[in-house]
Design a protein around this ligand. Sequence first.
Ligand code: UDP
Length: 239
Amino acid sequence: MSRPPIYKRVLLKVSGEALMGSRDYGLDIGVLRRIAEDVRDVVNLGVQVCMVIGGGNIFRGVAGASAGMDRAQADGMGMLATVMNALAMQNWLEKMGVPTRVQSAISMASLAEPFIRRRAIRHMEKGRVVIFAAGTGNPFFTTDTAAALRAAEMGCDALLKGTQVDGIYTADPRKNPKAERYDQLTYLEVLARDLQVMDAAAISLARENKLPIVVFNIHEPGAFTAVMLGDGKFTTVID
Ligand code: UDP
């Protein structure tokens, strides 16, 4: 008999950039489909999954602000970008037979449900993937913080951060071949060493709620499943 997963309920955070593949803007359908396959496999293990997807592949508030826009206005555009990514992911998950709901922090009733915490939990209990769109619904925040917030609200056992490499390294392993991967770090080590895995607000929120953060390679097929089974390569941030 195969081993049971080590987590019952998790939140997967995927950055918008991860969805670009080799493009420099927008969505790579091949990448979306592949990540959706990994999510389907984890759902099939019996793990309850919710997701937060960033919007950096389409628009970032800071970029608008540095071009002269009002930051809060630009962040509104960034949050809408995350809704586009959420709808795209929902499309591919449902095409693979995974029932999925998008809940948006900004009300847009004809496209997505509003964010309702108890309803989201119920969806997950019924085996549906819930994608939380529009970040926290507030400007000046990031989708990393939204991910930590939703994971805490949903009572998730872990926050999974899918990145471009298989964990947190001492330096960028794509530039420095001597970079070494950490197996485990504390929240305070991440903050003190300024390790650029999630922003400080997200790390602090996870720390306060004793929410482990597991950093793994979102582009490696099967890596999400491996993490769920306690196999594979990843870094866990925990006290
Ligand atoms: N954003 C926001 N409030 C939030 C989450 C996101 O205003 O709670 C905006 C912000 O402008 C941000 C953009 O949405 O730049 C896209 O999110 P993020 O940069 O976190 O996406 P990622 O880097 O994960 O692709």
